[in-house]
Design a protein around this ligand. Sequence first.
Ligand SMILES: CCCCCCCCCCCCCCCC(=O)SCCNC(=O)CCNC(=O)[C@H](O)C(C)(C)COP(=O)(O)OP(=O)(O)OC[C@H]1O[C@@H](n2cnc3c(N)ncnc32)[C@H](O)[C@@H]1OP(=O)(O)O
Length: 327
Amino acid sequence: MAKPKAPTEGTPLCNVEHIEFESRANDIKAGLIDTFLNLQRIDTNLYIARHLLKGRHSYNAVYGGQVVGQSLAAAAATVEDCFIPHSLHSYFIKTGSVDKPILYMIDRIRDGRSFCTRVVKAVQDGEAIFSCQISFHHKEPDAIKHSSKMPEVTPPEQLLPAREAALEVLRTKEVDEVTAGVIQHFLKEIPDAFERVFDVRPVNPAKYLLKEDTEPMSMIWIRARENLGDDHRLHQCVAAYLTDLSMLTTAVRPHIRNGFIPSMSFSLDHCIWMHENEFRIDDWMLYETISSKAGGSRAFIEGRLWSRDGRLIISTAQEALVRAPKV
Ligand SMILES: CCCCCCCCCCCCCCCC(=O)SCCNC(=O)CCNC(=O)[C@H](O)C(C)(C)COP(=O)(O)OP(=O)(O)OC[C@H]1O[C@@H](n2cnc3c(N)ncnc32)[C@H](O)[C@@H]1OP(=O)(O)O
């Protein structure tokens, strides 16, 4: 594993200079390094992040995956290089604002010989917005070994980026009014910065874009648009960041087709198991998500992130809050 870069030493706390991936503008790799690896060290076990990406264009709420990725980066900065992250369990406690920096407070719960455990609390205005426990493992040889098989799907080169696929559906296919309205709303909601940095290609655009009746499941190819270099930590943080992307929508999408518009929807908790640590998020990865249960205003979603060469890299699980308008 590449040696972690030392976090930069203190600059003023309250000066939010950069929003979204605008730091070192137009340089995707530098923007992602600033977002995830260049957290500023304020004190021992205390880091601050200023690069905050909106989840949805019309809200100032911080995207959940960003807090997950930055917590991972902050925790990783407190363990020896030989320890690699293997699991993360988290709760989204309060909506974060993109207009303020986030403080990451690390509790070094235990340093074992094989495993290290960290608790991370993310704070804005003195209040916890997110809390997680992350475990790191010293690499060990295989004892038992098996793996599920990656689904056989259309390769990304034969698919359109999500926005183009959506415009194509709107332009050339027969789309009912509700579906067209939802697609247009969705297109407006994707933050510009996100599209500059990542290429997302739905495997089945007609289902992804609600054109066809659909199960609560989704498959997207995804990658960073530029070479991100060889520091595995950056690839891990960016992958963790992306795992929150399509879980909530996987659960909600089939119901939207039937006329349901949520009045409130948020990720509530998020779990990641990183089975392998050597992969590239600037090469295509397949993110497969499925929701096996929804009820009581909560939906449960599981995900699998595959490398292009068919390795199961990450498994995820999440509960999301999905509320209907009050009557
Ligand atoms: C085509 C191309 C594709 C390409 C593709 C690109 C995708 C481009 C990125 C997308 C990305 C998306 C995916 C983001 C997914 C996350 O990122 S979500 C963000 C992370 N999660 C969060 O921030 C959640 C944080 N947690 C919380 O905010 C709190 O824990 C909770 C969940 C609100 C619960 O707190 P609580 O204090 O118990 O709150 P509660 O009493 O339930 O009331 C909260 C409010 O709900 C209101 N409420 C209650 N019932 C209802 C109801 N039925 N309806 C409405 N409001 C209600 C209450 O009145 C109350 O309002 P206020 O009084 O505060 O004004």
